[in-house]
Design a protein around this ligand. Structure first.
Ligand SMILES: Nc1ncnc2c1ncn2[C@@H]1O[C@H](COP(=O)(O)OP(=O)(O)OP(=O)(O)O)[C@@H](O)[C@H]1O
Ligand SMILES: [Mg+2]
Length: 324
């Protein structure tokens, strides 16, 4: 079992324990193996450490017992690097990741930042199934691509050893971070990425502390703002394609709306336009989903025409082979 499995096991056990207590069910506790007892002891110590005076990191937000260990061990690095000073609230807890609203350290230059913390179980299920992964490189420290000739690393990843799982997990997170960085730098409507740690990404936050930005899916747009926002969505899809990227999970559920502007979020499924053989299908689905939302807002569009135009503009190699 890997460390991530340990966390997940601990989380489930603690959750079950509290659920039983809340429902006043008295049942004999499950007997743990020596290894499980050891692991539980270690995790409890880690939680005590991260909550202790040593780091001084005592967030205002009170996580549930089983959320605490993972949350604190994921965000302490940002606190130590003087990027955040507090965790104020949980914005949304999902199956794969939870997003927290944090108070930024003055050095960051904004009042609030969002921390997206991946859940342990996520790294095993890896929603980014093969379809999205195809053509992706493995990213290692600092977001550099691993060399295909690094046989030890590649074998570990393919065989899913503990080390391999750790590399995939890191690579996966770095992909989201590097994607955000690239897109932010070229002027796409995405959060500004500030930092990446073992399980978490820190980025600009949209909304107020107890009032996070709504998703586009939650809103009915005014007729006069729907068209310019649709154009902005298309500009961003186009910009991503210019950089060989397809969002892969684009819909009104992954677009924030704040102060009249939209922001694309949630990039782990980004696929490569040229090296993924499903690229056209993935792009078509993204375009159809946004067109569907905007058609309900009164914007008529032809998703397949948009797809064809974009495909003929970008889907071929940038430097075509010249035949003699
Ligand atoms: N930078 C941000 N500022 C404010 N809120 C954010 C930010 N990023 C994400 N959120 C909120 O957190 C939620 C989850 O974020 P995201 O979509 O990236 O994660 P996810 O685990 O894929 O969630 P889901 O499975 O629900 O799509 C979003 O739906 C949005 O409400
Ligand atoms: Mg999402």
């Amino acid at each position: 079992m890997s460390r991530l499995d340990d966390y997940e096991f601990y989380e489930q056990r603690t959750a079950a324990k509290y659920e039983k207590r809340d429902r006043k069910i008295q049942r004999k506790p499950t007997k743990l193996t020596h290894r499980q007892q050891d692991m539980e002891h270690q995790i409890k110590n880690e939680i005590a450490d991260t909550q202790g005076l040593e780091t001084g990191f005592k967030p205002t937000y009170q996580p549930s017992r089983y959320e605490a260990g993972w949350l604190l061990s994921s965000l302490t690095a940002f606190y130590d690097q003087q990027l955040i000073t507090d965790v104020l609230a949980l914005v949304k807890g999902g199956k794969e990741a939870s997003v927290y609203c944090c108070r930024a350290h003055p050095s960051v230059g904004t009042e609030l930042v969002a921390a997206k913390v991946y859940r342990p179980r996520m790294f095993r299920q890896l929603r980014n199934d093969k379809m999205y992964q195809e053509g992706r490189q493995i990213l290692t420290d600092q977001g550099r691509a691993a060399k295909e000739t690094d046989h030890r690393l590649m074998r570990a990843v393919n065989k899913k050893t503990n080390y391999g799982a750790q590399v995939s997990h890191q690579s996966w997170l770095l992909h989201e971070f590097v994607t955000l960085k690239t897109l932010f730098n070229v002027g796409a409507a995405v959060p500004q990425p500030h930092a990446v740690a073992e399980n978490a990404i820190l980025m600009s936050y949209y909304g107020e502390p107890i009032n996070p930005a709504p998703l586009l899916s939650e809103l009915k747009l005014e007729a006069e703002e729907a068209q310019p926002l649709f154009d902005e969505v298309i500009r961003n899809i186009d910009l991503m394609l210019q950089h060989e990227m397809i969002h892969g999970d684009l819909s009104a559920y992954n677009i924030l709306y704040w102060e009249g502007e939209i922001t694309f979020i949630d990039f782990p499924q980004v696929s490569n336009l040229h090296s993924n053989s499903n690229a056209r299908f993935i792009l078509q689905r993204d375009i159809e989903r946004v067109c569907e939302y905007f058609s309900k807002q009164g914007v008529d569009s032809e998703p397949l025409d948009i797809l064809d135009q974009m495909w003929s503009k970008y889907a071929y190699p940038k430097d075509p082979i010249e035949w003699e």
